[in-house]
Design a protein around this ligand. Structure first.
Ligand code: GLN
Length: 484
């Protein structure tokens, strides 16, 4: 096994024992990037020089001995919607093609403080709108498991990069499934923490009441390691919650005895691929055989989740994306204009891709006078009902187990012409964002060679329960994160 295929957890132990150097790890990752990148295209920007310089600094620190930060020497990739000082941050959009932020997102600063090395900025759906990474202005990302297929989205570059050995771990964002679904499609681990757990300062906003930052990695241990590094209160993000963060690695070694797992009956309905259902049910019985108590529960408002999500997410996006006016932000066309409206029009028509334009229009419509009550206010009411479904379920159980996606990774191009089909792929993931609860995806096997993801959803601020169940599953089943 090459260094670039190992987990962060294993590499950090090798580094501490001086069996490898940070430079060797980074060089292994960069070599893999050279090999795979022409096909996979996980990155928008590879930060080769930064990575090598950071590796040398890590090696100096290691040589000095003493206490070393947990992520020292670990190469990490960051989705191209988190601001990195002096490094282009495009959000996979033409409108931000030349944007170089003057500051780091809090998550980026924290990773650096923990010793992590930045390998590059990963490809994504433009402004995180999509489920396949086909909506990037800079070309599609391919799934390393099968390059004819999508890696999922919108954090497809982060997931594909980790699965292909082009990064040891990665950071993504999840507004309606964008960490969990690509993790599922690429056979790795991904977590959307509780809304408020991780700072979003320096995250380019899509839908602010839903957006959350989280890790994509090779193992549950790595997920805990990264979560330790990035979570915690930040006074620069007013939605970040000032609540204690446990040592997430500490929750890993408990067993499943006494854990009450709920199976939401509305999640196993027709329309899902029977092969996915079979794998998920096999995982459920495995958990049951190993000490968990499984019971059926109901989340009765599930049928409204996708509609509610696409009304709220687009409404917030239409407001958040108003700042790209070619004055404050955005590339300004070189032409002469009659007036400022003509300039806005041309800059935004040329700068935004079709899906982003579609969502701005939909969002503006649902917020407009005369339609606001019928759509936006209605959606907010439905959101409350969906959130209450979860609170009621968590009176009876400790976590929920569901599929991540109703289908296997699909072919490139298969759903691009039909936005509604693409939106329906999000059916199992959007509710956790609407309710603000934590949720993660771990691999539970393959159909042919295509990975299937198992979703574990927990109570607010109880990421420890998710990690406990996920780690027990991985440890007891002998399943690693990626089977290739
Ligand atoms: N696929 C969903 C959307 O397109 C979710 C995206 C995300 O989580 N960023 O909005």
């Amino acid at each position: 096994m090459e260094l670039c295929d190992k987990s962060a957890y294993d590499l950090s132990r090798l580094l501490r024992k001086r069996e490898v150097s940070a430079r060797e790890i980074v060089e292994s990752v960069l070599l893999r990037i050279d090999e795979k990148e022409p096909l996979i295209h996980a990155y928008i920007t590879v930060t080769r020089d930064t990575a090598l310089a950071q590796a040398d600094r890590a090696d100096q620190l290691l040589a000095q001995g003493g206490d070393i930060a947990p992520l020292t020497g670990i190469p990490i990739a960051i989705k191209d919607l988190l601001c990195t000082r002096g490094i282009k941050t495009t959000c996979a959009s033409k409108i931000l093609a030349n944007y170089v932020p003057p500051y780091n997102a809090t998550v980026v600063d924290r990773l650096f403080q923990q010793g992590a090395i930045l390998v590059g900025k990963t490809n994504m759906d433009e402004f995180a709108m999509g489920s396949s990474t086909e909506n990037s202005a800079f070309g599609v990302t391919r799934n390393p498991v099968d390059p004819q297929r999508v890696p999922g989205g919108s954090s497809g570059g982060s997931a594909a990069g980790v699965a292909a050995g082009e990064a040891i771990a990665a950071i993504g964002s999840d507004t309606g499934g964008s960490i969990r679904q690509p993790a599922s499609f690429c056979g790795i681990v991904g977590m959307k923490p509780t809304y408020g757990r991780v700072s979003r300062y320096g995250l380019i906003a899509y839908a602010s009441s839903l957006d959350q930052v989280g890790p994509l990695c090779r193992s549950v241990e790595d997920c805990a390691l990264l979560l330790n590094a990035i979570s915690g209160h930040d006074r620069r993000d007013s939605t970040s919650v000032d609540t204690p963060c446990p040592d997430f690695l500490g929750s890993l070694d408990q067993d499943l005895n006494g854990v009450r797992i709920g199976l939401p009956k509305e999640y196993f309905v027709k329309g899902m691929d029977p092969a996915v259902k079979e794998k998920v049910m096999e995982a459920v019985s495995f958990l049951e055989r190993n000490g968990a108590h499984v019971q059926e529960i109901s989340l009765p408002h599930t049928p409204y989740a996708v509609g509610t999500y696409y009304l709220i997410a687009t409404a917030e996006a239409s407001s958040n994306l108003a700042r790209y006016d070619a004055v404050k932000y955005g590339v300004r066309p070189p032409d002469e204009f009659e007036d400022i409206i003509a300039m806005y029009q041309q800059a935004r028509s040329e700068g935004f891709g079709r899906e982003v334009q579609r969502r701005i229009m939909l969002g503006t419509y649902v917020l407009s006078a005369g339609y606001y009550d019928a759509y936006y206010v209605k959606a907010q009411k439905a959101r409350t009902l969906i959130r209450e479904d979860f609170s009621k379920a968590f009176e009876e159980v400790d976590c929920l187990v569901t599929p991540v996606s109703p289908c296997l990774p699909f072919n490139l191009g298969e759903k691009v012409a039909e936005p509604l089909q693409m939106y329906l792929v999000d059916i199992y993931t959007v509710s956790a964002n609407l309710a603000g609860v934590p949720a993660m995806s771990i691999n539970c096997g393959t159909v042919g060679n295509l990975p299937v993801g198992l979703q574990i959803i927990g109570k607010p601020f109880d990421e420890e329960m998710l990690l406990r169940v996920a780690h027990a599953y991985q440890r007891l089943s002998g399943g690693n994160a990626h089977g290739f």
